[in-house]
Design a protein around this ligand. Sequence first.
Ligand code: NAP
Ligand code: SF4
Length: 674
Amino acid sequence: MQSPYPQLLSPLTLGGITVRNRVVMGSMHTGLEDRARDTGALAEYFAERARGGVGLIITGGYAPNRTGWLLPFAAEMLSGGDARRHRRITTAVHDEGGRILLQVLHAGRYAYHPLSVSASAIKAPINPFKPRALSSRGVETTIDDFVHAAVLAAEAGYDGVEIMGSEGYLLNQFLAPATNRRTDRWGGSPRNRRRMPVEIVRRTREAVGPDFVIDYRMSMADYIENGQSWTEILALAAEVEAAGATMINSGFGWHEARVPTIVTSVPPGAFVDISSAVAEHVGIPVVASNRINMPEAAEQILTDTHVQLVSMARPLLADPDWVNKAAGDRAAEINTCIACNQACLDHVFVHKKASCLLNPRAGRETTLALAPTRSAKSVAVVGAGPAGLATAVGAAQRGHRVTLFDGNEFIGGQFDLARRIPGKEEFAQTIRYFTTMLDKYRVDVRLGTRAGADELTGFDEVVLATGVTPRHPAIPGVDHPMVLSYPEAIHGAKPIGPRVAVIGAGGIGFDVCELLTTTESPTLNLKEWKAEWGVVDPAEARGALGTPDPAPSPREVYLLQRTAGPQGKKLGKTTGWVHRASLKAKGVHHLSGVNYERIDDDGLHISFGAKHSRPQLLAVDNVVICAGQESVRDLADALTARGLVPHVIGGAELAAELDAQRAIRQGTELAARL
Ligand code: NAP
Ligand code: SF4
């Protein structure tokens, strides 16, 4: 059979190794790196991805010394003991035919502890700790520490190292004039700023011999003021190659950058042209990265550009079998990462272990299994939202006979709404995945069917994943024709005028504002995205930053909440700032501490605070209610009355903080237990 993705699935020689395909699992910290007791779980996490066909895996970041820790007592590669412990990881990956590099990461001024160091003593805007400037001797010692970590990685059985030079970490701090104000041989001229990373590559090559892979992760666009220029970036690529690097990986944007580089609203493959331009300039392979999540796109990139590998981190968290599915021409079975960050990076940034919203087994491979059942049961699942879908597919995959009911004519529940929000189009991929898997595992899907107690009697197990209904708050005039529920607004059930008030500033209120302030219906358009965020080609300006020029909003929108203070505080750590910045760019008016007095033909009447002061009329054409949800669970009572004890999960169990992550986790855990 001809390979469906001939470029993607072709082998490549890198130094002394050959990788079986062009898929690189990019580095992502999971939290399992930090404690020796989690080594077994980490080994199984990587082994599952190697078993799934990934060519080359890169670990999360390991510090080469203690000043480089991301957090106190974070992952490090400092001693023979560390190296011995890692043998379990490298053996597990090699046994599955994979290859693996250790990432050596010095956090520099992003280190969240008082020992932090940097090129100069300039505090990062996202960290309360001010770094100390490394002395010249300190720079030499740090280079030695990087080399030592690489030597230990070789002892541990790694095929190579990735030297982390992007995302604003220490080496990036030496490279950019914004953070390097030194006047010694490690700062000042561009060549001096490049000296430290280049010396690390050169001395590492000397220490590890010719075959060991040295991958240099390079920041190809810093997206900060006074970042690197394009000439400097190309010069660095050439010098890193001359110093002995085997390959170059791509990085975009510092952690403090105010340009989103990985969230759902970033157009797929947004940075590939930049990686390709670097690849044209060097003779070693360059890896493309960021917002690549399906094999067809990856194949296209390898065919159309100069890059030779593609890196994906989150897509392999979401589906460890990604490569095998691509190779078997089963791309429709891929559980596609939707770049939501909710269970991966949002966890990492609050020091919780990473997992995946779509795949709760990620990081829990040793404790959460969907093993074949020994006693197949008949299972009824009511509700085809995320919780019900996860239960139905998980249980059917285990061998149970599953019937899935939903009153709608389509599956997806809240995901069907999410996919209609500009910038969240990829949520449709999850619906495609579940549609394929329901079919594959022969789930009896009964759409347009409201199951009642009669239909559910006789099943061995009944699962109620009936979800939520939008809250209808008791505001005088809430039934006025100008008022829409958020599902009505998202589905376009009625025309919406040029002035709109949105009641409720939670995740859905923000999403609805995004929809109301976007002119055209959504495609992830790279040109518009660049204009919105002030992103230019790196050759046009230092740091690749220009002046933002967002498309004007077609509506005047007011976003309201009763609670005083800033809005959107509960949005995700890594995505909330993007939503807030996006609405600000569209001129949305944020009003907090509001009382909703009444709605009438004139608009929405509000006042402020406990004293109902400063009465005001918002002369709007429409009001959209995004005031949270209530559980739908009347069936539970009817079933209990018949002596049946259903499993109630997802929004049906708890509507407050309705959360797809919890819904899918509960569904998967229940499927594993049935
Ligand atoms: P939510 O986050 O709980 O927000 C509900 C909003 O309604 C709050 O702003 C609340 O603010 C207001 N509210 C509650 N009861 C009200 C009442 N009786 N009258 C008027 N206002 C009332 O719920 P959601 O926005 O529906 O989101 C549901 C879940 O999906 C959340 O967990 C959310 O995080 C998640 N989600 C996240 C995103 C994202 O991160 N981008 C997007 C969509 C959904 P006051 O009480 O202050 O008025
Ligand atoms: Fe992708 Fe979201 Fe899963 Fe993270 S949590 S891997 S972003 S789907």
